[in-house]
Design a protein around this ligand. Structure first.
Ligand code: ADP
Ligand code: MG
Length: 297
C-alpha cells in the first residue's frame, strides 16, 4: 500500500483574493518501508507538500490516494489519514501546547481514544525512543532547548504509531551531533517495523543522501528530479571539458551544461558511458548539491 500524489498542484490565497502557486503537477509515491527524501531551498514547496500528505491541506488540483482510496471522495476518512500519517511540523512550537512534556506526548494517543494507561505507556516508549531525558518529562515543553523541543514533537507523533511519518525539516537548527542522533533514530524507527515509511524534507542534502532510498528535488513548486539515491551517487557526474572536447562530445546523456572559465561543466546521468568513451576526460563525481544547482539552471 502507499500514498500517491497524482499531478498535485496547490494554490494559496484563492479565497483571499490573491494567487500563489506553491506546488505544480507533483507526482510522488511513498511505498511501504521506504525512506524518502525531499530536497529543496526555502520557498520551494516542502512545507506545503508535507501538509498535503497528512491531509491538513487539500490539493487544489490533482489527487492524493491513500492506501488506494481517493482522499477527495466524500466519505474518505480524514481523521484516520491524520492518525496514519504523522506530521512533524517544521517549527516544533506549532505542535507543542500542553503544560508538561509527558502530557504533550500523551495527547495524540488520547485523541485516538486509547486508555490512559496505554497513552502513558506509549508516551514513555516514544520519549525513550527519541532519547529524551526522563528528568525532563514533567517540565513545560516551552522551557526546553530547540533540539529537545523537536524530540518531544517527534515523540508526540511516534506515540500515535503512524504507518507513515512525515518530517518537515527536522534537522533545521540542530548541531551536527544532534542531527546525526536524530537521523540515526529515524533509521531505527523504520527498521523496527516493515510497515513503516518516512518522508523527510530538508534543504541540506547531506542529511538525506546517506539516509534515503529515494530522493525528490523540488524547485519553485516542481519536482525537478526524482532518482534512487544509489543511482544518483553511482551514475551522475560532472564532465569538465574545454571548448574542443565539448565540440566533440556526444551530448545525448547530458542533462545540463554550464559555461565555465575552462570551457563547460556538463551534468550527466550516464557516468560510465563517458568514462568508457572518453577516457581522457575529467569526470567528477558531483555531490548532490552540485547536481541540484545544475538541475535548477
Ligand atoms: P518551503 O517549506 O520549501 O520553504 P513552502 O511550502 O512553505 O516552502 O512555500 C512554498 C511557496 O508558497 C512559497 O513561495 C511561500 O511563500 C508560499 N506560501 C507558503 N505558505 C503560504 C501562505 N499561507 N499563503 C501564501 N503563500 C504561501
Ligand atoms: Mg518549509
Amino acid at each position: 500500500m502507499s500514498i500517491i500524489l497524482d499531478n498535485v498542484s496547490y494554490v494559496y490565497g484563492q479565497n483571499e483574493g490573491y494567487i500563489k502557486q506553491a506546488l505544480k503537477d507533483i507526482n510522488l509515491v511513498i511505498g511501504k518501508n521506504e525512506f524518502i527524501g525531499l530536497i529543496g531551498h526555502t520557498g520551494s514547496g516542502k512545507s506545503t507538500m508535507t501538509q498535503i500528505l497528512n491531509g491538513l491541506l487539500v490539493p487544489t488540483t490533482g489527487n492524493m490516494y491513500f492506501e488506494g482510496l481517493d482522499t477527495k471522495e466524500k466519505n474518505f476518512n480524514k481523521k484516520e489519514l491524520r492518525q496514519k500519517v504523522g506530521l512533524v511540523f517544521q517549527y516544533p512550537e506549532h505542535q507543542l501546547f500542553e503544560t508538561t512534556v509527558f502530557k504533550d506526548v500523551c495527547f495524540g494517543p488520547k485523541n485516538m481514544g486509547l486508555s490512559q494507561k496505554e497513552c502513558e505507556l506509549r508516551a514513555f516508549e516514544a520519549l525513550t525512543m527519541v532519547g529524551f531525558d526522563s528528568e525532563l518529562f514533567y517540565q513545560s515543553p516551552f522551557e526546553l532547548s530547540g533540539g529537545q523541543k523537536r524530540r518531544v514533537a517527534i515523540a508526540g507523533v511516534m506515540a500515535m504509531k503512524p504507518e507513515y511519518i512525515v518530517l518537515d525539516e527536522p534537522t533545521a537548527g540542530l548541531d551536527v551531533i544532534a542531527r546525526d542522533e536524530l537521523l540515526e533514530m529515524l533509521r531505527d524507527f523504520i527498521e523496527k517495523d516493515e510497515e513503516r515509511s518516512i518522508l523527510i524534507s530538508s534543504h541540506i542534502s547531506s542529511d538525506l543522501e546517506t539516509l534515503c532510498d529515494d530522493l525528490y528535488m523540488i524547485h519553485q513548486g516542481k519536482v525537478i528530479m526524482h532518482e534512487d539515491t544509489d543511482v544518483l551517487l553511482s551514475d551522475y557526474a560532472l564532465l569538465k571539458v574545454d571548448e574542443e572536447e565539448y565540440s566533440k562530445l556526444d551530448r545525448q546523456y547530458i542533462l545540463r551544461t554550464k559555461k565555465e572559465s575552462y570551457g563547460y561543466s556538463c551534468l550527466t546521468n550516464q557516468k560510465q558511458y563517458y568514462a568508457e568513451n572518453y577516457p581522457q576526460m575529467a569526470i567528477e563525481k558531483g555531490n548532490i548539491d552540485e547536481v541540484i544547482t545544475m538541475m535548477i539552471r
